[in-house]
Design a protein around this ligand. Sequence first.
Ligand SMILES: Nc1ncnc2c1ncn2[C@@H]1O[C@H](COP(=O)(O)OP(=O)(O)O)[C@@H](O)[C@H]1O
Ligand SMILES: [Mg+2]
Length: 392
Amino acid sequence: MSNINDAERQGLARPIENEKKAATPLSEGSVAGVSPAERRGLGQSPINKKIAIHKNDKIFKHFGIWNDYIIESCEKLGLDYDVVDCYKNGFIHQMRNYDYLFFPPDNHVLADKIAASNILEVAHRQGLKVFPNFDTIWHFDDKIAEEYAFQSVNALTPNCWIFFLLDECLEWLNNEATYPIIAKLRCGSGSNGVTLLRDSTQATKYAKAMFSKGLDPSPSLMYKAYSKAQSSRSLKTILSRIKKIPTFLNTRRHAKMLSREKGYCYFQEFIPNDGYDIKIVVIGDKLSFFARKVRKGDFRASGGGDVMYDRKLVTKQIIDSAFYVADKLGLQSVGFDYVVNKNTGEGLIIEMCYGFDWRLLYDAGGHFTRDGIWFDEPINAPEEIVKNLVMV
Ligand SMILES: Nc1ncnc2c1ncn2[C@@H]1O[C@H](COP(=O)(O)OP(=O)(O)O)[C@@H](O)[C@H]1O
Ligand SMILES: [Mg+2]
């Protein structure tokens, strides 16, 4: 900050009009110096530092969006905060009025994909503590980047092959690959960009498409309908899913803005398994999970509705490997997807993301420590993240 002022004095930098003024929040957590905690009679905020939470409902509003729960957590913890719009022109100048920035991006929102990690990084460079930080976000919604990150720390993952040239890719597919293999788009969630290739004919067709017109990464309506039909159980679940249809359509409308994926192929070894994957979440010294069964007649679990909370699925090997990778990569919050090889019993990480369905995680009813001991205290992920960044 002093450098900036020196530069301004020497005429090397533009004076920032708003520097000493507070940024204009969208809605104020703190009004005229009164914190939410004080307003509710809970007393002084435990810290005097200023927290900014990004939110722009016009760009994206979704029942699962993390911003709302970060706001809720700050309220609950009695922390002072402003809701801000990082996309507002001029906000970069106003950032320096804050000490913390929370900006959890969504993988279906083009604006977030273009700008979130850059905005977070310039906030960090101006001295703010941010969530997600660079270590946590640089591989966000990019399975190839995740793969590089995993390899850099020798994480236990399926074998993988990445190609940026069609002829090299076809050469491998036709002469070396052992089928079936899994092809993945870099981006996407809910199993949408993940395909099983059974033989070299299917694989060649896939590769040629990826090196010509490419593939649409937005969630497929057909797959969503199929997916839910395969896992619907009770009338209650079916009704709750019907209620979520407008949200899905809204998400899909946003995702349609994303460009087609092309110019690469990313393949993973298919891990023979007993029909489930496990989301393993690590936040600080806590780990919890939820497992999901694959859809009927499908090999994919992610995005399906059948959740299991069998703690025996979370072996010591999985706990140790998840803490190891989260620590090595410096992740503030991470949901790893594990598939367990049914022949070896070994859990392998197939992908990761800072965000996940935190309500499903909460319903696990507790968490493991680094020693593998279970405590019946569920993880409230947004709250845990706020505590770790602001209060530790
Ligand atoms: N290498 C693999 N071996 C076996 N099954 C896999 C593998 N990779 C993915 N899957 C299955 O496909 C699903 C979707 O893959 P994932 O990489 O998690 O993509 P998404 O980002 O869509 O969740 C997983 O939930 C898992 O059931
Ligand atoms: Mg997944």
